[in-house]
Each structure stands twice: as C-alpha cells, then as structure tokens.
Design a protein around this ligand. Structure first.
Ligand code: PFF
Ligand code: NA
Length: 446
C-alpha cells in the first residue's frame, strides 16, 4: 500500500475527528461507574495524572507514527521499522490493536444498545414521575431480557457497520461535530442543575477530596486502563487518523486540546451523576447501570424532563456511534489491505463482533453464570481485560516504537515541533510514560 496523499481539510477537522473517537461511552458511562467502584476521588486523582503523564504523550506517539507512515497501522509500522533498520515484526502491533478493538467493540455495541432502549423509553415518557426505585427496577428488568438486549446490540452494530461499509464516516463525523457542542451544553446544564440539589456538595467532596490510603494497586490499574480507553489510545485506532493529518499542524496542541475536552466531559457527567447518587442515597459502586439509573432520575425532576432526556440519549448515541466507527475502521481497513472488498470486510467484521457481543448481551441473563476466567462472566471479562491490559500494553509498545525505535529526525518532523520540545516529549515518554506503564502492568499481572 502506498503513501496516502489525502489530508484532513483543516486543522480543526483533525481535532474534531480525534475528539469524535475520544468522547463516547468512556466519558459518560464508563468513567462514572469505574470511579464509583474505585473510591471516587482516589481514582480521579490517579486517572487525571495518568491521562497527563501517559495517555497524552502516548497519544502523540501513536498519531506521530501514523503521520510519519501515512498508511494503515500495520503498513505504517512495517515501513517505519524497515527505515529504522528494526524488526519487520513491529507491524504485528497493528494486528494486536485490531484484536483489542474487536473485543472492545463487542461490549461497546451492547452498551450503546442500552442507550437505544433508553432513548425510546424516554421518548415514550416512561421515566416521567418515576422514583429512583422504579427506574432501578426497570433497568434490571431490561437487562434480564435477553431478546431486548440482543435486538438493540444488533441494531447498533448494524448502524455502525453500514456507515463503515458505505464509507460515509466523514459525513457522520460532520454531524457529530455539529451536535457535540450541544451534548456538552446539555451536560453543563445538568451539572448546573445538580448544583441546586442537596447531592451536589457530597458529590463534589466525594470526587475531589482524595483519601490517599484508598489508592490501592487495583485502583491504579483501573485508572491506567481508563486513561488509555477514554483517549482511544493503545489500539492503533488513532494511528490511522494520523495518516491524514495536515503537514503544518502541531500535534501536541491538537492532542492536548482533545485531552482537556475529554476530561471535562467526564467531569461534567460525573458531577451530574454523583449528585443524583448522593441525593437519592444510591450506591456509587452500583456498577455498569450507574448512568442509566441516575440520569433518568435527574431529568425526571426537571421541567420538560422527558424531552431533555430524549435529546440527551440521542446525542449520547451519536457520540458512541462515531466512537464505534473509529473502533471498527482499523479492522475493516486491515481486511481491505489483504485484498478484500470494503463491503465484504465490513460484513465479516460486523458478524464476528456481533457473535462475541452476543455473549456479552446474554451475560445479564442466560449466561450470567458462565464464568470462563477469573470468576468473571463474558461481559465482565471483555469490558475489563482489553481496556485495562491490552490498551496499556499496546500503548507501551507504541511508545517504545516512537521514542526508542524511530530515528529522531523522522519522529521530530512527524511531531511537528522544534528540537527542544521534541526532546521534552521524548524525555517524558522514555523516562516516565514507558516505565510507569510497565510497572503498573507488571504489578497487575503478578
Ligand atoms: N474513547 C472511546 C470512549 O471514551 O468512549 C472508546 C474507545 C474508542 C476506545 C476507540 C478505544 C478506541 F480505539
Ligand atoms: Na473518552
């Protein structure tokens, strides 16, 4: 495959595309529930530190490789490794990334399916006047219905693969970029509303006053995984985007803008959700249902709540849709690179992700007790191991490649900064990001 001459139309377009991949379920669904299960402020502190010290520098490394290679991930890694006189096996890192996104997309699609169900329910006004118990019971009844979960998972995956097969992702991204500010505004509004409720004070205290003793190895591992997950780093998915980056754009500035936006969306969602948790006496460690139970309650107390809630789920769905497309694209591109047609590639990826997702969808009912590994069912496995282990491992290898294997001139010009700043970035990656990721991963595996 030869070097691509195609470029994003503008610097803004690149930032928006990466933001589309980054902002999704990770911010609004996964962050609050993982923070809830890991002690709140203790988790938040480590997570933000990891985003800044690991996620952000490695995101630059990942995009830099794509920008220097100007090809799909496997081909970029292979070409750059050859140029550096390194092993051609580096290209398998691209395949590992494809396997990681395969696992992630399977549960991402199931949970996005929950958003479809909740969108329909809120349009029908099903949450109007509902109490916390009713919303909670309704959610559990929904999870226990295998057909509904499978139906919504299938629908979401079909929506995703159709866009990928038709190659109209750019069009959807434009729509996403148009509507994303609205999602942000809605979260701001919700956080503002939360400030008027009695749960707000306890929520802030719980999120922002860390008890250092609560920082356990487990909290640290989850913070590591989520830092990579939320930024969409470690699976070579952003590497593919780097290939289209304009020559004159500063990569560090773009990456920093995305990280700030991504963290702020998570914080707004967290403030809104935990205010409800504390106002209603719910359990912060409620698990994957946290967002789906709390937000309908919050909106049911606001004038025009059903309308706002419907708009919220619609926008959330749009955000997860663009993230899912970013998850699917590298796999489809890889098959295409092997000579498959685009439609066939999309169908094959869709079918295999659907099958694995089926096991996740059924993990809440018929397969609840099918626990093949570590005492976890399939949903618990695919929603923890790939984000917590595969993404950091991929990120580690990506960082090693960019900061140790690639020759300095190639890496520096792809980063798009001068000598001094390049050395700063490389120093951080070499002496902080790589050792820190390595140590946390190792301690998790031992
Ligand atoms: N960053 C996305 C989110 O926060 O929802 C999830 C994600 C997308 C993870 C793409 C990994 C990836 F390659
Ligand atoms: Na995110």
């Amino acid at each position: 495959m030869s070097e691509t001459l195609e470029r994003w139309g503008s610097k803004r377009a690149f930032i928006l595309a990466v933001t589309g991949a980054a902002v999704g379920l990770g911010n609004i669904w996964r962050f609050p529930y993982i923070a809830g299960e890991n002690g709140g402020a203790a988790f938040l502190l480590v997570y933000i530190a990891f985003v800044l010290l690991l996620g952000l520098p490695v995101m630059m490394a990942e995009i830099l490789i794509g920008r220097a290679g100007r090809r799909g991930p496997m081909q970029s890694l292979g070409t750059l490794a050859a140029e550096a006189g390194a092993s051609p096996h580096w290209r398998w890192l691209g395949a590992f990334g494809a396997f990681t996104v395969f696992c992630i997309l399977s549960f991402y699609s199931v949970v996005s399916g929950w958003s479809i169900e909740f969108l329909v329910a809120s349009i029908n006004g099903q949450f109007t006047g509902a109490s916390a118990e009713q919303v909670g019971a309704g959610f559990n009844a929904f999870l226990a219905n295998p057909w509904l979960l499978v139906f919504n998972h299938s629908l979401f995956l079909f929506m995703t693969m159709t866009v990928v097969a038709a190659g109209v992702a750019k069009g959807l991204e434009k729509l996403n970029n148009l509507l994303m500010p609205l999602l942000y505004l809605l979260l701001l509004l919700l956080a503002g509303y939360a400030a008027t409720t009695e749960g707000f004070g306890p929520a802030l205290a719980w999120l922002f006053t860390p008890n250092l003793a609560a920082i356990t190895p487990e909290v640290v591992l989850h913070a590591l995984g989520h830092a990579f997950f939320t930024l969409a780093v470690g699976a070579c998915a952003l590497m593919a985007y780097g290939a289209y980056m304009p020559e004159e754009q500063s990569l560090p500035k773009a990456a920093a803008a995305v990280a700030v936006l991504d963290i702020s969306v998570a914080l707004l969602a967290g403030i809104a959700i935990f205010s409800v948790v504390f106002a209603q006496g719910l359990d912060p460690a409620e698990g994957p249902g946290l967002m789906f139970v709390t937000l309908p309650i919050a909106f049911s107390h606001i004038p025009w709540g059903a309308l706002w809630l419907s708009i919220f789920f619609l926008l959330l769905l749009l955000a997860t849709w663009t993230s899912a497309i970013n998850l699917a694209e590298p796999m489809v591109a890889t098959l295409q690179g092997l000579g498959w047609g685009r439609g066939l590639s999309a169908a094959a990826v869709g079918l295999s992700v659907w099958l694995l997702g089926l096991l996740s969808a059924l993990s809440f009912s018929v397969l609840a007790d099918f626990r093949p590994l570590l005492g976890r069912n399939v949903f618990e496995l695919v929603s923890s191991i790939p984000p917590d282990i595969f993404l950091p491992l991929g990120g580690l290898l990506i960082a090693i490649f960019a900061a140790w294997v690639m020759p300095q001139p190639a890496a520096a010009s792809a980063l798009g900064v001068g000598e001094g700043r390049f050395r700063l970035w490389r120093g951080v990656v070499r002496w902080i990001s790589i050792p820190l990721t390595f140590v946390v991963l190792l301690s998790a595996l031992l």
